[in-house]
Design a protein. Structure first.
Length: 278
């Protein structure tokens, strides 16, 4: 059993809330993230076991497949008004603190995203597993012995696990990750003022049970195969998958007895009262 935590999403969510209502000082972010993880550990530990923090690496193998992967996010970040460097500094510091002080496995693998880690561990852990993430990319994993809980919506993510959602994502791409639909050019999200060619629901439905070679021209088929590699979590390179398994099976965790020292050092008096819940 395990609670597989999309760590970046938890930290970014806490940071955005703090930026809106309070301060983005490291002490504020630390307290918010710890309180969030404590809450989920208390809520789900009996049913799903211990937290496993799954972290994004700075680089991803997907950029080797498609250099424009997530490239369009730079423009969005510039206009967001968020100090992203400060956010990432907070995220990295917290990750290091969890590695050294907390009794949870913290998994980060070269060129792997948290999605890769979670997908690999879902297949490795042959028991009830919970994914703590709002990311709809994980819907394709619901066919396994897994449930998904959205911290943003504060409810379980329900879906049909018949493969249709993955088929749709391959065809339509993923705007958030800068992946174009199979009918559009590679640079459609990079070049100013360009739009994707429309892919109707009627087409997506009609193509569901068909081999892509029957409805794709050469360029569309290339795009289809590229998108499948990028969005299908069954396409993770074997070398990365094995590195994830190796790190998970050999990960060391902090000594729970040292938590009080950590909480005192960081002036977390309010949370010290709930020390046993960590």
């Amino acid at each position: 059993m395990a609670q597989l935590v999309d760590f970046s999403q938890i930290v970014i969510g806490s940071y955005m809330t703090a930026a809106k209502y309070a301060s983005t000082d490291m002490d504020v972010i630390r307290s918010a993230v710890l309180n969030t993880l404590r809450m989920y550990r208390v809520k789900f530990a009996n049913e799903y076991g211990e937290l496993v923090l799954c972290c994004d690496d700075r680089h991803t193998w997907r950029k080797e497949i498609f250099p424009n992967y997530k490239a369009s996010r730079k423009k969005t970040k510039k206009s967001s008004g968020i100090d992203w460097q400060n956010l990432y500094d907070c995220l990295n510091q917290l990750k290091d603190e969890f590695v050294h002080w907390f009794p949870y496995k913290v998994i980060q693998v070269e060129k792997a995203e948290a999605d890769d880690i979670i997908a690999t561990l879902v297949n490795l852990i042959d028991e009830r597993t919970l994914i703590l993430s709002s990311d709809k990319d994980f819907v394709q994993l619901h066919k396994f012995n897994v449930r998904q809980y959205s911290p943003m919506q504060k409810k379980y993510v329900e879906s049909q696990s018949d493969g249709w959602s993955l088929h749709e994502k391959i065809i339509r791409g993923d705007v958030g990750d800068g992946v174009p639909n199979i009918m559009s050019d590679d640079n459609v999200f990079i070049d100013e003022g360009r739009r994707q060619k429309p892919v109707t629901k009627k087409k997506v439905d009609a193509w569901y049970h068909l081999d892509p070679e029957t409805y794709c021209n050469e360029e569309m088929l290339r795009n289809y195969n590229r998108n499948k590699q990028l969005v299908d979590l069954g396409e993770i390179p074997e070398s990365i998958r094995l590195n994830i398994i190796n790190q998970f099976e050999n990960a060391k965790v902090g000594d729970r007895k040292r938590l009080l020292t950590y909480f005192v050092n960081h002036r977390l008096k309010n949370l010290t009262e709930n020390l046993s819940e960590f």
